[in-house]
Design a protein around this ligand. Structure first.
Ligand code: XMP
Length: 516
């Protein structure tokens, strides 16, 4: 894989989005921290570099800076927002705080482009861009031209085409910037000279070959299969690579959705792998008894998962020739490694205790540089059924974090039934594309109702659906009332102990997708 773009991360909020946009153009890229050494950058050998946005001002002493040697590498550089100001500042320009009446800009802004600039090939002379900067480039460095402006700001984009340096004050990676994708594509194809060699077919073939080589002719692989998209795709990839030397251990912690285990098992019937289904409901529910705190629930489930898995591995008779595989994906890696961002919920995949991992020759995480949408493409490439590949995400701790308060088998059964009805109604109404993730939540609140002639005092169930691409931000889905009505009527009629349904109408932020 020769074509690589380096995304130097200065702590902006859209960094993963930039990487996804680049990959969508069939060019491989990696995000690395701005502190990456020049030696490492050279070793990575990027064909171009993108500086991301960042929260600070470049003229402050403790802001993220960059080794000026990066400009001597002879590869094109695109600076976005903070990255643009940093480029200007490092190359001898001047950046100051914008005065109120000059060029501080936030939000959608009419922008005028010089379409002779390579960055703006096939971009109209005027379009909307998404601005988010409080600083202003008072003086641009020598050799740079102004190639875009807005009514408030003369240098919305700058370029030194001779050296291949480009800077934009707006965010081309967000959907609000019209033609932003075209600009990124221009950077990759017109400026860096990319050909677009990053495809899933290619990745799939290369990874299967690499896995065969790493695992060797005799090595066996034990995979922790949760039934989610990531671990399912990984199972298919490993099945392709080593066939019956793969054992997929599906641990049913008792907090799965209705029919989950059967569906997952059925999907793997076409490969000759060993599928081990462990019914560990009792073990998990015993550990969860009386636990109300959401993070505690996550920790308990994560650790117990490790111990169940270890027991299975022992039964299996692992040797030092065997491997452990898990479906870690790129956002897990970025989110656990970034250090700066607040940990809102511990999502990452690295559940297993060290002593478990130590039993194996090594850990295989071949998907750890792929984004979710790439994982789905890979799943398709491998021939996984659509219902698995396009599954909505399901959190590792499962329904345990959709039952507020303590978790019991009785509550799980109630929630499972209600959730299944809601999902069925969404599917029947063909709303799967609009609803990126949808589920029911048992709220731990009770309310009075009347059924038949009698008073009831039963559970309040919440329905939740969000529309999102990346799950980092999300809109609550405007599900048609008739569909909500059908789900509500059916749930109250068919599921005992629920007498009231509410629909969650908060987006993320300020809420999160899950209630816990
Ligand atoms: P939140 O609730 O943070 O969810 O907005 C964003 C996405 O992450 C999923 N999620 C989890 N996934 N373990 C997981 O594997 C977890 O503990 C966890 N918590 C949230 C959530 O379902 C949504 O897709």
């Amino acid at each position: 894989m020769e074509e690589k773009i380096l995304i130097l991360d200065f702590g902006g909020q859209y960094n993963q989005l930039i990487a996804r946009r680049v990959r969508e153009q069939n060019v491989y890229c990696e995000i690395k921290p701005y502190t990456t050494s020049m030696d490492d950058i050279r070793a990575f050998a990027p064909m171009g570099i993108i500086f991301t946005g960042g929260p600070n001002s470049v003229y402050l002493e403790d802001s993220a800076h960059v080794d000026p040697a990066v400009f001597e590498l002879g590869v094109p550089i695109l600076g976005i927002c903070y990255g643009c100001q940093l480029m200007a500042y490092t190359l001898g320009g001047e950046v100051t705080a914008a005065q109120a009446d000059t060029a501080r800009e936030y939000g959608k802004t009419v922008t005028y482009y010089n379409t002779n600039c390579k960055l703006f090939k096939d971009v109209p002379e005027q379009a909307i861009s998404w601005m988010s900067h409080g600083d202003y480039m008072a003086k641009v460095p020598e050799g740079f031209e102004l190639v875009a402006h807005t009514d408030a700001c003369p240098n919305a984009a700058i370029a030194d085409e001779r050296r291949g340096f480009y800077g934009v004050q707006y965010h081309p990676e967000v959907d609000h910037t019209q033609f932003g994708t075209q600009m990124l594509r221009n950077f990759l194809y017109e400026i860096c000279g990319a050909k677009g060699t990053w495809t899933m077919e290619d990745f799939c073939q290369r990874t299967v070959a690499q896995l065969r080589q790493t695992i060797g002719p005799k090595g066996r692989v034990l995979l922790a299969l949760s039934g989610g998209v990531d671990s399912s795709v990984l199972a298919a990839l490993l099945a392709e690579a080593v066939g019956d030397r793969l054992t997929a251990v599906f641990v049913d912690h008792g907090c799965m959705r209705k029919n989950e285990g059967d569906e997952v098992e059925a999907a793997f019937a076409k490969w000759k792998i060993h599928f081990v289904r462990v019914d560990a409901e009792k073990r998990f529910l015993d550990k969860l008894k009386g636990v109300e705190d959401p993070q505690r629930k996550r920790q308990i489930i994560g650790a117990e998962f490790g111990y169940v898995f270890l027991d299975e591995a022992m039964k299996f008779g692992i040797t030092k020739e065997d491997f452990f595989a898990q479906g870690t994906i790129y956002p897990d890696v970025i989110e656990s490694g970034a250090g700066d961002a607040d940990v809102i919920k511990s999502h990452h995949n690295r559940l297993l205790p060290k002593e478990v991992i130590a039993q194996f020759k090594s850990v295989l995480e071949p998907l750890d540089h792929l984004f979710k949408d790439e994982i789905r493409l890979l799943g398709k490439e491998l021939g996984l059924p659509d219902y698995l590949v396009h599954r909505q995400p399901f959190p590792g701790p499962g329904l345990a974090i959709r039952i507020l308060g303590d978790v019991t088998k009785e509550k799980l059964d109630i929630l499972r039934e209600a959730d299944a009805i809601f999902r069925e109604e969404i599917t029947k109404a063909n709303l799967g594309d609009m609803c990126s993730q949808y589920f029911a939540v048992l709220t731990n609140a009770r309310s009075v109702g009347v059924m038949g002639d009698g008073r009831t005092y039963e559970n309040v169930l919440a329905l939740r659906s969000v529309t999102t691409k990346d799950f980092m931000t999300a809109e609550w889905t405007r599900i048609p009332y008739e569909v909500l009505d059908r789900a509500s009527v059916r749930i109250v009629n068919e599921v005992p102990h629920i007498n009231r349904i509410v629909y969650d109408i908060t987006s993320k932020p300020p809420a999160t997708v899950e209630w816990e």
